[in-house]
Design a protein around this ligand. Sequence first.
Ligand code: ADP
Ligand code: ZN
Length: 816
Amino acid sequence: MSPDPLPEVCAVALPIPAGTPFSYRIPTALADRIVPGARVVVPLRGRAVVGIVTGVGEGQGEEDPSAGALKPVFLAPDTVPLLSSAQLSLARWMSSYYAAPPGVALRAMVPGAMWGASHLRVTLRDPAATSSGGAARSVVELLRQKEKPVSARWLRRTLQRPVWDVLQRLARSGTVTIETVPPSLGPGPRVERVVVLARSLPSLLDRDRVFGRARRQREAYETLDQLGGEVALPRLLGELGFSRSVISGLADRGLARIDCRAIDRDPFRSRPSEDPPPTPTPDQARAVAGIQALEPGERAVLFGVTGSGKTLVYLSAIAPEVRAGRGAIVLVPEIALTPQTVARVRGAFGDQVAVLHSGLSDGERVDAWWALARGDKRVVVGARSAVFAPVRDVAAIVVDEEHDPSYKNGEAPRYHARDVARLRGRIEGTRVILGSATPALETWAARETIRVLRLPERATVHPLPPVELVDLRAAPLVAGSGAVPWSEALDAAVTDRLDRGAQVLLLLNRRGFAHYLECSACGAVVECPSCSIALTVHQTPVCLRCHYCGHERAIPATCPECGGATHRTRGVGTQALERWLGERFPTARLARMDADTTSTKWSHARILDAFARGEIDILFGTQMISKGLDFPNVTLVGVVQADTSLHLPDFRASERTFQLVAQVAGRSGRGGQGGVVMVQTRAPDHYALQLAAVHDYEAFADRELEERRRPAYPPHVALINVVASGEHEPEVARTADRLAEWFRGLVETRSLPVDVLGPAPAPLAKLQGRWRWHVLLRSADQGVLGRVLRFAAHRAPGVGRGQVRIAFDRDPVSLL
Ligand code: ADP
Ligand code: ZN
């Protein structure tokens, strides 16, 4: 509130992940480095925190109350700014669109190792100290128990109350000391110990003489010699199996020495790259020309069937630009699942490529960031956050498999990488290419602004495989498979492939959490009359309930469609399938791929590599196996049960099912032996399955866009999913009630064109120990919805307070 102009040129810096920027004084020595986008270390509430400069000399940041005594920037560690002005604009857009604090938006863009707060370390000086006050006593008690310094944050979390005041008092009375541990500015280059041959013994006689009976030392020596005279110590000890004493024996004889060497932390470097692809087909050439003809900032959807060679199109379109020194960003859904795409990009651009993904260590990520920011690397391949990579002069952003839900970030800021790409494209004048065989309906419905480039056929001579729907209500089943639906038809097909030495992919999407009510005779599923999603069976009280609007009804004894008896169903999981396959095909080599088998860093790649090498006969798993894989020896793809995803209580259930079946089907018959697809289902008449079976995306899109009109769902309207979660369900439900009421009040008093649906329990009613309820906001007017969101993020009851967390998810990809 100071009317005086700021006395000095000041920097406005945003401590990550704070809500708002603050003003700081710029020490003369740092003046040249303090520019928008630069990283700084600044004081904030007694701590030293990494921030990003958002402006200079503007003074719009919050000020110290005693104006004129601005605190100085402590440090400006980098010689070049961390973020470009375009990236800062992108952060501002994200913060506003998704209603996330600006610092939270920045946090999503910058590798975690590059920002951080110092923490306060509290040490008890006087173990005999007694303290009268309740809180002070608890602090002293805790410190005594711990017998070592602890962080202030830990004290606050343990005591579940603010401790700053208490600590100040204890420090003043000399009971504790408080030190500031500065933030780390990210790891430096990593070094590795290597063993280097120091002397060579070319003649075998010499070796006999030197080593005598020290056989292992001689083997270690010869191994080193064969491997070029230098081998990483961990490799000698691990993979090659030599002991430490053997290595030091070599060193003692003066034959080897142990050195340190800086290592490159890019783990993809050791993986193969694939050679630049063959010459384009005429369709591919047309698509390449279409991309090159795009205006800066314009978008295109590369709508190409599975196996049509979209990768070659992306690479051919960007190659001339990269050769001319420009950059490119290639986004893939989950990088561990798409090693082939990565290999092809590396094959085309070699050392210019940086690979970013969630499995990287902090150091690897920081290395890649700087390599791109400096311009040493120009192309990035990565999962969703790679859309923020500091690539310079970006010629194109490719979003491969753009329909994939993993492009949406699951925590604040809940951005969608496809939409961020659009904005980045607009800000930087970059072309955006969205590739898919099954584009998201949002993309398809925006064809007025997105150019469509088609690849209607496979690039190779092998046509799309025929798809057979197996009706589980009527088909003969193999006995003894338990809960796993296993038709004689699928059984015979698998047996046949195993006999011929071909490979099989089996998909079972195991989202088996929702019980729905299905007619045993006709397969009809009971839906909500106003939301047209499957109603979910509840136990207490026993009823059917809509997980969008809360509608409830009794469980009907007979099918409303045909009068047949009804039954509750629940999907089976991949583990049950594993047990069954093991029993049924005891000599087949099986591998399961789902979240449980792929928790370690390279486990996906290991499974996929083994499959590619032919060491696995049947690869089965969740949607993970449906993405982008190109294995010519797969001649059978089976979908064990397509219904689990079809009747999920989510308005995208049909679209997801279509995508899943079409994508997984696209893995079959890529080689010379042809291939087929078998889809087991109790709903063979459903349009999503019927149209996936004939590979007709456009007919599906037309039909589904009609279905989404009434009741209205995206892309005709926009949604915000407001999710309340907490450990005590009644409290969560009450919060959701209050939220819904507050939104209804807001919408009515201002006559806003927004529907408020719910509250209702979320379909995934409990996740990681937290109960979940949600309220849906729906409107045809994105602008109004955005304003409601930003207002609610500050004002809605319960936001930022209490035990119940409230999350706002704009443009949600899943309402589960
Ligand atoms: P998509 O991503 O469209 O499903 P891919 O890019 O994986 O398809 O390509 C499918 C297969 O076709 C790959 O094995 C690729 O090497 C091959 N391919 C692509 N373009 C051509 C071409 N012009 N000539 C021959 N083979 C091609
Ligand atoms: Zn409903």
